[in-house]
Design a protein. Structure first.
Length: 315
């Protein structure tokens, strides 16, 4: 019988293998308005720029958790300081491109790189500080976007950008009090309205769960309900955004599972549905491949990374 750590390592490597396939896929690649694929090709694979960013973030964490030192070293070399600096120059020249979504994920990539002591350099810390201050300035200047019901569950989400900034454990001086102010003012103002908002067709974030994740990280109790933890609107694995929306329901459960045995059991059941259950999230007996492993456009270019966030928040 395999140990729990062996099972976890196998799951990590399964996710990593899918992600490696997606970042090796360079077409189709959506460049987005006002941007492109970047000057170095670092984020030119996968379906789009931001998905390539969080693919690299996930790979570093997955290989680290799986104990695959060779793959970790290879991935760290891929995200070299020179390539990162060149990509930042490209982003600076295209100020609206991937702001806030992709740039928020870039902060998590920086943090994951810095987890290797040899890479926690002055150059990387400078990139982190600049990126944190840029995103924070955007959040402060766009508090009106927090009230936009049409975008809060999608890529321009003000709320999600704040969550990713917090998860990146900022290093820039003075960031903490400014995050406190946004949380105590803007989040407090809109929390109730966000919870009542109806899910839109293109949402890939379950907003009550994103709020609960943010609140738990800030030491505030979550408001989980049977409804918020129930299966969502997934009726077809081709509906990639609905798949992602359901995955984010597990994020606050992952945090609660650290200390609450009942939540740990519920969380393990939910994660198992995605990773282990041979009957769910497949295309049927003739195509026994889980949804997050295929359908590049809809699912595999990003849903493995969201599953890794589930595992990462569990700790």
């Amino acid at each position: 019988m395999s140990s729990a750590s062996e099972v976890q390592s196998a799951l990590c490597l399964r996710l990593a293998a899918t992600i490696e396939q997606t970042i090796a896929t360079t077409s189709p690649h959506a460049t987005g308005s006002g941007g492109g694929s970047g000057p170095t090709g670092l984020f030119g694979g996968n379906f789009d720029y931001h998905s390539s960013i969080h693919a690299h973030w996930a790979l570093l964490g997955l290989y680290r958790m799986a104990g695959d030192a060779e793959a970790l070293t290879r991935t760290l070399a891929r995200v070299s300081e020179a390539r990162l600096a060149a990509e930042v120059e490209f982003l600076d020249a295209n100020p609206s491109f991937e702001l806030p979504y992709g740039r928020a994920w870039l902060l998590l990539l920086y943090r994951e790189i810095a987890a290797d002591p040899s890479r926690d350099t002055a150059v990387l810390r400078a990139l982190r500080r600049a990126g944190e201050l840029e995103l924070l300035a955007w959040l402060e200047a766009n508090t009106a976007a927090a009230a936009d019901d049409t975008t809060i569950g999608m890529h321009p989400s003000w709320l999600f950008a704040l969550l990713l900034l917090l998860l990146s454990t900022p290093v820039a001086a003075g960031v903490g009090p400014r995050i406190d102010a946004l949380y105590d003012d803007t989040v407090a103002t809109h929390r109730a309205g966000w919870r009542m908002r109806a899910t839109l067709a293109n949402d890939f974030l379950h907003i009550p769960s994103i709020i609960d994740t943010l609140d738990l990280l800030r030491g505030r109790p979550a408001q989980l309900t049977a409804t918020s933890m129930a299966a969502s609107r997934v009726s077809s694995v081709a509906d990639g955004h609905a798949v992602g929306e359901e995955m984010t329901r597990l994020w606050p459960l992952a945090i609660l599972a650290r200390t609450d045995p009942a939540m740990s059991q519920r969380f393990d059941q939910g994660l198992g549905e995605w990773l282990l259950n041979p009957e769910r999230w497949e295309f049927g007996p003739t195509q026994p491949t889980r949804a997050w492993q295929t359908r590049f456009h809809q699912n595999s270019h990003w849903t493995p990374q969201f599953l890794w966030m589930v595992m990462r928040l569990r700790g």
